[in-house]
Write a protein that binds this ligand. Structure first.
Ligand SMILES: [Zn+2]
Length: 399
């Protein structure tokens, strides 16, 4: 039995109410917590400690409806910091982490900041915005020589594209990428490493659950986080062993907001530690993506992991890509690093994708990210209280 997880959960009014009258003797009988329950709950009822212990409040984006509250105590912040700094990334004094994640209400960017403060190493916040365009980011990289770049994988690919166009040399100071916020399949990880010539570490987690695990040297999520209990269950909620795909269910000891058997709707699989030779003896979790991202193509179900494995094994991997589906028709839109391939090369791409997905795939080279925005300088607009204008402009404005 996992008493400590039950005890942690029962500190929150939400779980006191949810578990009232339910036998907690058998772990498997404890009901799952669904996302909508958290969304519908009063934010304070989710608290597992006094407000005075809270260091940081966050919310999910709310793109799928109402946002979910997420509280982090000072102790939680320390645990989140350790998750990054004590991983194989081994953040240390003297490091300078350039953080490209947006500092809004989601938690991921803050985990990067907290980890640097915990380690007492430097931090640069350069979240994607009109000011910090890719060109500006490369300028700052040149000026500051960071050692770690924290970024969403999609943006790491775009930034690599701009880097290539400008002939920008990555400084030798850069020793690692810390990817967060998107799935990274093994082939995508290899691709990112080849683009940046440094190891890639991946932070897996969400605003609701907090950071769960940082990947090892070899890109594996070893389940060694002592504050999280990972379960994999089938469609009927029954536990699954190694080598079986199912849903990830999490329990956490987070003081600010404990979770008990939280149904993540992420598709995962457990593998024995032996599949990795990094020396970590904890089992490995393979993340295939969210259930809602599973796509039906040609009568088969494809996870985001499956699609990434196809795209990142193409003879020429694009800078940006997406699949567009309409009933039975499938199109693959892509934006190359340099310029569109010839028609014959596009035909090769189409044949390759059609063979893998077992349906005809139309291929189109297009602008997924506007070209103009790629090389745009910083665009700072500040309100002016006094401005000098021409006679005509003055005549227009002054009534
Ligand atoms: Zn490993």
């Amino acid at each position: 039995m996992h008493h400590q997880f039950i005890e942690a959960a029962l500190r929150s009014p939400f779980y006191q109410k949810k578990l009232n009258g339910i036998s907690l003797d058998t772990w498997a009988d404890i009901p799952f917590t669904e996302k909508h329950e958290l969304r519908d709950a009063d934010s304070f009822s989710l608290l597992g400690t006094a407000v005075a212990d809270i260091a940081s409040y966050h919310e999910t984006s709310g793109t799928t409806g109402k946002p979910t509250s997420s509280w982090y105590s000072f102790r939680d912040v320390e645990n989140e910091s350790k998750l990054v700094s004590e991983s194989h990334l081994a953040l240390r004094r003297g490091d300078l982490l350039l953080n490209r994640l947006t500092f809004t209400v989601a938690v991921a960017s803050f985990i990067g900041l907290w980890a640097t403060q915990y380690t007492k190493c430097g931090h640069i916040s350069l979240a994607k915005s009109d000011v910090s365009t890719p060109v500006r980011v490369l300028d700052v990289i040149k000026r500051t020589q960071p050692t770690v770049l924290m970024e969403i994988p999609f943006q790491l690919e775009i930034l690599a594209g701009v880097k290539q166009r400008l002939g920008f040399q990555t400084p030798t100071s850069l020793r690692a990428l810390l990817a967060a916020g998107e799935l990274v399949s093994p082939s995508r990880r290899k691709w990112l490493q080849s683009l940046w010539k440094v190891p890639v570490y991946n932070l897996f987690g969400s605003t609701e659950t907090g950071g769960l695990v940082t990947s090892c040297h070899q890109g594996h999520f070893h389940l060694d986080n002592p504050t999280v209990l990972f379960e994999v269950v089938d469609d009927d909620g029954q536990p699954l062993g190694f080598e079986q795909r199912g849903q990830l269910v999490l329990s956490t000891l987070r003081q600010g907001m404990p979770l008990l058997r939280f149904a993540t709707h992420d598709i995962v699989e457990l593998k024995p530690a032996e599949i990795c030779t990094c020396g970590n003896s904890h089992p490995v979790l393979i993340h295939y993506g969210r259930q809602e991202d599973v796509t039906r193509i040609g009568g088969h179900s494809w996870t985001l992991y499956d699609l990434q494995e196809i795209v990142y094994n193409l003879p020429r991997i694009p800078m940006a890509w997406k699949f567009v589906l309409n009933k039975e028709s499938v199109a693959f839109l892509y934006q190359p690093f340099v310029e569109c391939e010839s028609q014959s090369e596009q035909d090769v791409l189409s044949a390759e994708l059609s063979a893998k997905l077992q349906v005809p795939v139309a291929v189109s080279c297009t602008e997924i990210v506007p070209q103009a925005s790629l090389l745009q300088q910083s665009n700072t607009t500040k309100f002016k209280y006094v401005s000098e204008v021409t006679d005509e402009e003055f005549a227009d404005k002054a009534i």
